[in-house]
Design a protein around this ligand. Structure first.
Ligand code: HEC
Ligand code: HEC
Length: 220
């Protein structure tokens, strides 16, 4: 009888230990990788999760948890095709994706130096696209989905402020080229296909120049 009890207790302890050891920790993955092939996120996305503007590595800090999780799934399943992120996402297990998404969503938005603001006609064009759209070609304003000031709305409309113009431009062109096709109802593909190169340069520079430090506090 006692022997059985001891064996059962030992078994429970083993299971408890392995559950604890296997619960992935988002901060550890971000800083050290996952120990089986995935590089530390911060090598590219920076220690504060602010990304690297010139390289087109996006900020992750303060983005909605569900949005981050969905992007990792989309890279892994190829609906968002990117040679750098695909192996990273595919190398993370289900619980690891949850853990890093939770970790980055809780980081406060880094106080990155905004990019140079466009001026003159470029600024005017960008502001029109952002706040009014171009109804002559059926293009809605960015704000209608991304919120006033581009700070993001809810779980599925990410903020545009706090991202670099390089990254914003890359994503708009990825939709045009079909390498990013992970958007619900092709909402962004439709938008991107109505933008010219001049539009993309203007709107990307404009959002990159807006201060982003307060976006998290303003989010609903
Ligand atoms: C070698 C560099 C590199 C590493 C390491 C890396 N990333 Fe990325 N990540 C990128 C690049 C480049 C992009 C932009 C891809 C694109 O343009 O679509 C990106 C994009 C993302 C996005 C999409 C953000 C958005 O706004 O849609 C998420 C989420 C992400 N990475 C999470 C992670 C996580 C989590 C890790 C660590 C487990 C990680 N990344 C490690 C380079 C990297
Ligand atoms: C009808 C709604 C809608 C409108 C209007 C819209 N967007 Fe989006 N946008 C989305 C959705 C939804 C996503 C997230 C797609 C996904 O799940 O990956 C998104 C994502 C993006 C991203 C990627 C952000 C990231 O972190 O990777 C960029 C850049 C972007 N939109 C730019 C714009 C710009 C610029 C405009 C205005 C010209 C605009 N959007 C108008 C719905 C919209």
């Amino acid at each position: 009888m006692n022997v059985i009890r001891i064996v059962l207790l030992a078994g429970c302890a083993l299971i408890a230990n392995s559950v604890l050891a296997n619960t992935p920790d988002g901060a550890t993955i971000a800083q050290q990788g996952n120990g089986h092939g995935v590089a530390p996120c911060m090598a590219c996305h920076a220690p504060d999760g602010g990304g690297q503007a010139a390289a087109g590595f996006p900020r992750l800090a303060g983005l909605p948890q569900a949005y981050l999780r969905k992007q990792l799934d989309d890279f892994a399943n190829g609906s968002r095709s990117n040679a750098t992120m695909q192996p990273v996402a595919a190398g993370l297990g289900d619980a690891e994706r949850d853990a890093v998404a939770a970790y980055y969503s809780r980081l406060s938005v880094p106080n990155t130096t905004p990019g140079a603001a466009p001026s003159g006609e470029t600024a005017q064009l960008a502001q029109t696209l952002a706040t009014r759209g171009r109804w002559s070609s059926g293009l809605p304003a960015c704000e209608q989905c991304h919120g006033p000031g581009g700070i993001g709305v809810g779980d599925h409309f990410p903020p545009l402020v706090g991202q670099s113009s390089v990254y914003l431009g890359n994503e708009l062109r990825a939709w045009q080229q079909g390498s990013r096709r992970n958007d619900p109802l092709q909402l962004m593909q439709t938008v991107a296909n109505k933008l010219s190169d001049v539009d993309i340069a203007a709107i990307s520079a404009w959002y990159a120049a807006q201060p982003a430090a307060t976006t998290k506090e303003l989010q609903p």
